[in-house]
Ligand binder design. Sequence first.
Ligand code: PMP
Length: 393
Amino acid sequence: MSGIKPSPASVLRRRARELRAAGRDIIELSSGNLDFPTPDHVIAAAHQAALRGETRYTDVDGTPELKQAVQAALRRDHRLDYGLDEIAITNGSTQALFNALLATLAAEDEVIIPAPYWAPYLDQVRLAGATPVVVPCAQNNGFKLRADDLRAAISARTRWVIVNNPVNPSGALYSHEDLSEIAAVLLQHPDIFVLADGLYEHITFDGAPAPTLAAIEPRLKPRTLTVSGLAKSYAMMGWRIGYAAGPAALIRAMITIQSQTTSGASSISQAAAVAALDGPQEVLAERAAILRGRRDRFVELVNGCAGLSCAPPEGTFYLLVNCAGVIGKRAPNGRAIETDRDFSTYLLEQADVVVFPGEDFGLSPYFRVSFANPSATIEEAARRVRRACETLQ
Ligand code: PMP
């Protein structure tokens, strides 16, 4: 365990809580929690399920109703056809990813992870005893993995490539064409599996769900695990429902792990997830439109801060802000800002604003802010950040 860190998110969340308890007015621009409520009809479905007595263990791989709802959603959103033996319901998509990695990785194996990345990918790979191979994806390519860089990172030990679309933390969105180029490389390496994480797939600003590799290239489908969940699409972070769809043998192995670790997801959350997936979908577009408005304003505000810049992301509710222009400056107390972590610490201490340093996502000098906050909070946070930037010498 000495090689594994607690997730940076949990550490920051604790620090913010401490400061707030000490009376400070802290704004968390770090949060992966949407400020929208779970839709009413979803909450009602959970309540009714509990009253009906759906309070017992479910099948380890999920209730038949939820597996069918996931099957229908994959068909509706991506024209992907999976049998029920190719689908597993998990405790958040976090567990889907971990089950898959633990089920397949051995000590000498490598997993290719494009950076900037969601940090738990790395530690999950390490927990499974294998080695993450990080491939930096530069801002001048929109923070997206280039086919040539993927090709160069592949070795005889590569077991998985993780492709998150759209990307936490950059908000980058891989188009059909981007994914086709990646698929062309992978077709030349028949032993590599693909972990396609689409957790933010419905939070895109052009209306359509983000494309996913198994749908783009059917020849990859037999070795792709398509992972998603309810957390971000339906503002159901705390309900802990994720899912995976892929080859039956892999799903079986994942379920064996699940049977020995969590025994599966909550019965009540699964009933709620059925209502979310089968119910009215208008909420997705309505909320994406609200997020788009916040994004546009936030980008404008960030670009008004001395030394900071960012381009509008195409998906998620995150902005990755380039802070190269503040590196090398000094805080009023004389402390030098040498890294994005220094700058994030400065923002917390000076401006009472919590952001995540790019270092935690494997790419510097950047920091991530979340616009899963009401507009007034975003305005106030940006005002504080602008002042903190102006205070630097
Ligand atoms: N993948 C990505 C890219 C994420 O950002 C997150 C959570 N923020 C997850 C997976 C896991 O989410 P959950 O377990 O809530 O489904």
